[in-house]
Design a protein around this ligand. Structure first.
Ligand SMILES: [Zn+2]
Length: 131
């Protein structure tokens, strides 16, 4: 159920509020107190609802990433068996990046861990020594 449906079904924006507003008489302190109590209860219910939804989303994401991890391990093992995997240490953060060596797949020089260029110094240093 989406939040807007929930809100309408709980009448937070629905009939009960407008009924109160339609009355030409000023509400009594007791009526105001009841309205505040009602709103408070609705906020608590909404908060509980959002907590439950968030928990469910986290659970789904957790399972999704577990499955993704399993697939990644299989794909990397297959590439390594075929000699189509290069492990490159990032020059910036020193973590290892798995680079697939496949035709038609452009090699990304950006580190998957830190987002920096994996060998920023290498090229310019070699160029400098050759000259
Ligand atoms: Zn890095």
């Amino acid at each position: 159920m989406v939040i807007t449906e929930w809100l309408i079904s709980r009448s937070v924006f629905g009939s009960s509020m407008s009924k109160g507003m339609r009355s030409s008489k000023k509400p009594t302190i007791r009526q105001l107190g009841e309205q505040v109590k009602y709103m408070d209860e609705e906020i608590n219910r909404l908060s509980q609802f959002l907590n439950d939804e968030l928990k469910a989303c986290k659970e789904v994401l957790h399972r999704f990433f577990l499955e993704l991890d399993k697939s990644n391990i299989v794909v990397l093992a297959m590439l390594e068996n075929d000699g189509k995997l290069e492990r490159v240490e990032c020059g910036s953060c020193e973590l290892i990046n798995n680079i697939p060596l496949l035709d038609g797949l452009e090699q990304d020089k950006t580190c998957g861990h830190c987002g920096e260029d994996m060998n920023p110094e290498q090229k310019s240093l070699e160029d400098f020594e050759e000259e």
